[in-house]
Write a protein that binds this ligand. Structure first.
Ligand SMILES: [Zn+2]
Length: 376
């Protein structure tokens, strides 16, 4: 079994190599498992990789684990995926259970340690059903655009933090906390350098994953999908974030899975999003595969916390990182500080954090796989 710190990869390439080598482990249970990949059109060194196998006797149910929709979050995602392969996969029944494991939905973002892809697109704003990439959507975003995306070099942390705090107080005073969060997080399709940008057309990463989801929903009677994220929620308690389209209450899930923290991706419990990947898979199931049983959720490993400190500082580090990416920093030290804060939000280095993250994942895997009938 991989030791705790070694679970967390240092580089995109190292993580991908380990994942590709997992094929032989998967094949001990699913002899026909194969490694597939999508090579990004603009950079042949970057690939979305997945391991897939049908059940060995009959396709009844499938478990999918996906990682790295937000590239930088794949360092933790890869660790948890590896944990799943080593500890939980051997407990599945290959005769009736298929398996789909996806490494780095957004490989560019993983390699370059950003949330978005090479075009600054937040892929979790691009899984749109029956609607286009509407540049007029979320006009409220423009009211906070210059606050979220200051169009100049970051030269002084003290001054930019001061501007941030004043701006935050002013915007929340004006729009209310919910209005502000909504404008910020919902997604936008017209500020290409801005945070939470969804692009102008469907990215290839999104198209690739949509194809896989369609294939799974069409091939099995039951689909379980677990998607790995970091950055939001309390620091020492991973949140299970359910789709708003799953109408069962969070309290019910807490009980069913014997897992302490479950929230729904609604403005009340988490935050609302347009173009969310988990919403997409529910919509696809409801519209085209109504007879397939589906449970899809996200594991959200928080870092800065969701009390005041975290709520204030999470956007701050994202703003700084995006700003130095587009406009640069006054010196190397400022650049390093901006990048470090961002890294600590999405890929915390502390050993105790990593221990708790793995323990929480263990508890969630066990509860979900049991209740969904994948392990005894
Ligand atoms: Zn994420």
């Amino acid at each position: 079994m991989t030791e705790l710190q070694a679970l967390f990869p240092e580089t995109y390439e190292g993580s991908r190599e380990r994942f590709c080598n997992d094929l032989s482990t998967v094949q001990t249970l699913w002899p026909k498992a194969k490694l597939f990949q999508h090579v990004l059109s603009d950079d042949k060194d970057l690939t979305i990789d997945w391991l897939y196998s049908d059940a060995t006797e009959r396709n009844e149910k499938v478990v999918m684990v996906t990682t790295g929709e937000h590239g930088v979050e794949c360092y933790v995602g890869s660790a948890i995926l590896q944990r799943f392969i080593e500890v939980y996969m051997p407990r599945l029944d290959p005769r009736t259970t298929g398996i789909l494991l996806v490494h780095a939905i957004n490989p560019w973002g993983m390699k370059h340690r950003r949330r978005g892809n090479a075009n600054n697109i937040d892929l979790n704003r691009t899984f749109l059903w029956d609607m286009g990439f509407d540049s007029t959507f979320n006009p409220e975003y423009d009211r906070i655009d210059s606050f979220l995306n200051p169009p100049s070099k970051l030269t002084n942390f003290f001054l930019s933090d001061l501007a941030y705090f004043l701006g935050l107080v002013w915007h929340i005073g004006r729009m209310g906390l919910r209005g502000f969060d909504g404008a910020q997080l919902l997604g936008q399709y017209h500020q290409p350098k801005g945070l939470f940008y969804g692009g102008k057309e469907m990215p290839e990463e999104t198209r690739t994953l949509m194809g896989l989801y369609r294939q799974m929903l069409g091939s099995y009677k039951q689909v379980l999908h677990l998607d790995m994220h970091t950055g939001y929620g309390p620091r020492y308690q991973m949140s299970l974030v359910n789709s708003a389209l799953d109408k069962r209450t969070s309290a019910k899930f807490v009980k069913r899975f014997d897992y302490p923290l479950v929230v729904a991706a609604t403005a009340d419990e988490f935050y609302a999003i347009r173009g969310d990947m988990i919403d997409y898979i529910y919509t696809l199931q409801q519209n085209e595969f109504p007879r397939t049983k589906l449970y899809a959720t996200s594991f959200e490993f928080g870092a800065y916390g969701n009390v005041l400190h975290g709520l204030i500082h999470s956007p701050r580090v994202m703003i700084h990182e995006n700003r130095v990416y587009w406009y640069g920093a006054g010196n190397e030290k400022i650049l390093a500080r901006a990048k470090h804060g961002f890294e600590e939000l999405f890929n915390p280095a502390a050993r105790d954090w990593r221990e708790k993250a793995v323990a929480d994942a263990d508890q969630a895997f066990t509860g979900i796989l049991k209740v969904e009938g994948f392990i005894p």
